[in-house]
Unconditional design. Structure first.
Length: 216
């Protein structure tokens, strides 16, 4: 039954956009966050549960050409602390804080002075971290602004949840025959037409096929 549910979820996820679309959404979120706070950089990091690492999924500003895909242990530095505690953090001078990992920052090619970070929460699950780094010299991070960044965090968490679901679907379908993958693509095309009833009917009709696929 677990395999059957996994297959059904995978096909249902075929109605979602692909990996690139979700990455573009995350990119838009960090771009707007960076602009609002006049920061040098902003980034979204996703927790990879399989490896227990944080992965740069979207970066704008400093490091945008090199950091996407970079990984480090999930408990590392400011991002690791925010992820682990599920608490936001504002630092105007990271060099004075023991939670800051200078080695990790140096390995990215950009060592910030100030940082504001919020956890990306989806239900009870911590998916990752949203960071805004270095504002102009005449501006300072204020704790009151965490609420504003938190609004961006809500959007980023939703995008990360979709990204993870799409990747799970891709992995599940990769182990199945071509017919099942084709059905998922059909579901996606129906969704693109905006006919939710057609999608629901189509997915419901797959129940018997999925059950047979699992038994075989």
């Amino acid at each position: 039954m677990a395999d059957e549910h996994r297959l059904r979820d995978a096909v249902a996820a075929g109605v979602l956009a692909d990996d690139g679309t979700h990455r573009a959404l995350l990119g838009s979120i960090v771009e707007v966050a960076r602009a609002i706070f006049h920061a040098r950089a902003a980034s979204v990091l996703l927790l990879d549960e399989a490896t227990d690492e944080l992965v740069f999924e979207a970066v704008v500003g400093e490091g945008e050409d090199t950091l996407v895909g970079r990984r480090f242990p999930s408990g590392t530095g400011i991002a690791g602390w925010v992820l682990g505690t599920r608490q936001p953090l504002v630092l105007t001078d990271v060099a004075t804080d023991p939670r800051f990992s200078a080695d990790t920052a140096q390995s990215t090619g950009f060592v910030p002075k100030g940082i504001m970070a919020v956890p990306l929460l989806h239900g009870e699950e911590a998916l990752g971290v949203l960071e805004v780094l270095d504002r102009p010299a005449d501006a300072r991070f204020r704790i009151e602004e965490v609420d504003l960044l938190g609004l961006f965090g809500i959007q980023a968490a939703a995008a990360l949840a979709l990204l993870r679901r799409a990747r799970t679907a891709a992995a599940a379908l990769a182990g199945q025959d071509g017919d099942l993958a084709t059905l998922a693509r059909i579901a996606g095309r129906l969704a693109a037409l905006g006919d939710d009833r057609a999608v629901a009917d189509f997915l419901a009709a797959l129940d018997g096929l999925l059950a047979r696929a699992v038994r075989e």
